[in-house]
Design a binder for this molecule. Structure first.
Ligand SMILES: [Zn+2]
Length: 224
């Protein structure tokens, strides 16, 4: 792996080189294997045939801790696409499954109010709290190479940055796919990728601790 402290650009180069030099002709196979391994990690049903395929490709199924880099590439159920994942991660800092508040005292001012207002909006359609938070943060129109865009008037205003994500993800029809698990003891916020937005649970028919524990670890590593 890249050295600690290496720039993101160098880490990307390293990964590209690895794929080009060694795995180019097997990339699709590796993607399939990654998906199967992701399913294994969250305890979903995996056929013995799929297990055999992965075992044949990799020689053996690696121990769980070395599987994590595969999983964090985005095969985990409930992960939202693109910038919406930032929003989902924020909502799940109110971790009702574990009964833990994960937003530390060092969190930027206003982040907790945004989270709570946004959860009420996403889960119950309640507008007032989110509207009140939004009123305290200024966005301005800026014309960029990609066209006009709303941006925070203060670059340091993280809440305003997230509000831009909320606006754009809603316009794209994705914010509406964020849901809280219907299990009252869980309430984990997940992205419902089902075709007709009919999902009710955080993970296919299951509602276990494995996925959430791992998601939390990954987020901790990311320094959130
Ligand atoms: Zn759940």
């Amino acid at each position: 792996m890249s050295q600690p402290g290496a720039s993101a650009g160098r880490a990307d180069d390293w990964f590209d080189d690895l794929l080009d030099d060694r795995f180019d002709d097997r990339l699709d196979e590796l993607r399939d294997a990654r998906a199967v391994l992701g399913a294994v990690m969250v305890g979903s049903n995996v056929t013995s045939e799929q297990r055999t395929t992965v075992t044949t490709m990799l020689g053996t199924v690696p121990p769980v801790n070395t599987l994590e880099p595969w999983i964090t590439l985005g095969t985990e159920p409930g992960v939202a696409p693109g910038r919406l994942e930032r929003v989902r991660a924020l909502l799940n800092t109110d971790d009702r499954f574990h009964g833990v508040e994960r937003l530390g005292a060092q969190a930027p001012a206003g982040l907790r109010e945004l989270r709570d207002g946004l959860r009420a909006y996403v889960v119950a359609g309640e507008q007032e709290a989110l509207d009140r938070v939004a009123a305290g943060h200024r966005l301005v129109l800026r014309v960029t190479a990609d066209g006009p865009a709303l941006v925070p008037s203060d670059e340091e205003d993280h809440v305003a940055g997230l509000l831009v994500d909320v606006l754009e993800e809603h316009r794209a029809g994705r914010l509406q796919r964020l849901k809280a698990c219907a299990n009252p003891a869980c309430q984990w916020v997940y992205y419902d990728a089902s075709r007709n937005r009919s999902g009710r649970w955080c993970s296919m028919g299951e509602c276990g601790d494995v996925m959430k524990a791992r998601a939390y670890r990954a987020r901790s590593r990311a320094g959130a």
